[in-house]
Design a protein around this ligand. Sequence first.
Ligand code: UGA
Length: 451
Amino acid sequence: MHIAVVGTGYVGLVSGTCFAEFGMNVTCVDLDKDKIKRLRKGEIPIFEPGLEDLLKKQIKTNRIAFTTDLEDAVKKSDVVFIAVGTPPNSNGDGQADLSYVREAAKQIALAMDGYTVIVTKSTVPVGTAQEIEKVIRDARPNGDFDVASNPEFLREGAAVNDFMRPDRVIIGTSSERARKVLQEIYRPLFLNETPIVFTKRETAEIIKYAANAFLATKITFINEIADLCEMAGGDVQVVAKALGLDGRISPKFLHAGPGYGGSCFPKDTLALAQTGQKFEARQRIVETVVAVNTERRERMAQRIIKACGGSVSGKRIGILGIAFKPNTDDVREAPSLSIIPILQDGGAKIVAYDPAAMEQAKRHLTRIDWKNDPYQVADKADALVIITEWNEFRALDIEKIGALMKEKILVDLRNIYKISEMEDTGFHYVSIGRPDVKPEIVHLKKVSAAS
Ligand code: UGA
């Protein structure tokens, strides 16, 4: 089976490499000549654990090739996956910009030779497969082809594992011929008894947005419960744990934090809300999730300012973690990019460190004093703020950090420290949905315990 993958971003590169691992012959296509040159050498332009090793292995087996020549790649392929970007529209209405998808479809139409299955892997709104079919039919009225939908559920930082061991595979097509071809491609997973859902294209397209919106809703829900815990004296981590013990709820995506970010949830929730309006089936829950999540970033900044006594003017604030989540260098829609400028507007001097995302962050943030490790960030800082839960921030030498800082204030927006371990450290420790630890309170408790 010959496969072409158009677009070598996260989705295209991970899918192409993993299809090669499944034993397919894959050609990945991109317009960017430099990128293709690097990929041929096995160098990947993104930070994705495990991907480079797998790619190098597949290059050695000759099952994967890279080219800028779309026509050649499509001609020799039985299946063409469209994995180009679908960024938000430049007019700001929240809808996905499908121009790259349409352009790819047109070029595929002109190049395809013999029966070809064209599959959308990019996240596209409901109705797109039908639209692509029309684009291709207009260009090749007698073309022998089918258009199917096969959305991806890859998490950045865990994408290879998500592809090789997915919870499910969704295939949207009403064509028996296309179904057989796609079933063959996913044969290794089929043999593994991975659930494969065959459905209509429209259903497949909706599944993708519904899945992301549901997860974003879960996160937003627990974030609001965290607010309630703070005001009423509860502990959100215990609440989340107890909720998760109910099999109907599941413990995943119930970690309270500074709000969801990344290249998918913010874009896809907004696009689903827009699609709902377009089809006069408003998605009011999702609309609210978008609004609550946006507002949360401002509130997180205010929380840091409050922890610093109501003003950050002239203060040195240390930031640990810029990426929207750990194990990625991606800063798109990262909470840090909203929080840091608010602190800067308040007069703070920002010192920061991220294990992977500093180069990317430099394109979006200015006036940052970048450091090489958490201890340099803590040095002379008036407060330290954890925004991303990288593993290397989980076991800091708190005593050493405290000794370096000017004021012992730690704001932990990911709850990676236990309240019990922060007591007796002398830190004013502020986290999410849990009681603050304040040195005076700890002291008073101790006095009364002794008396
Ligand atoms: C997400 C989905 O998880 C994938 O299934 C999907 O394929 C992908 O979008 C996509 O559409 O391409 P990703 O954006 O890589 O994947 O990141 P997630 O791990 O889902 O995290 C998204 C955001 O939610 C992050 O900012 C993370 O910090 C936040 N989050 C996640 C929480 O605040 N709490 C949680 O409990 C979980």
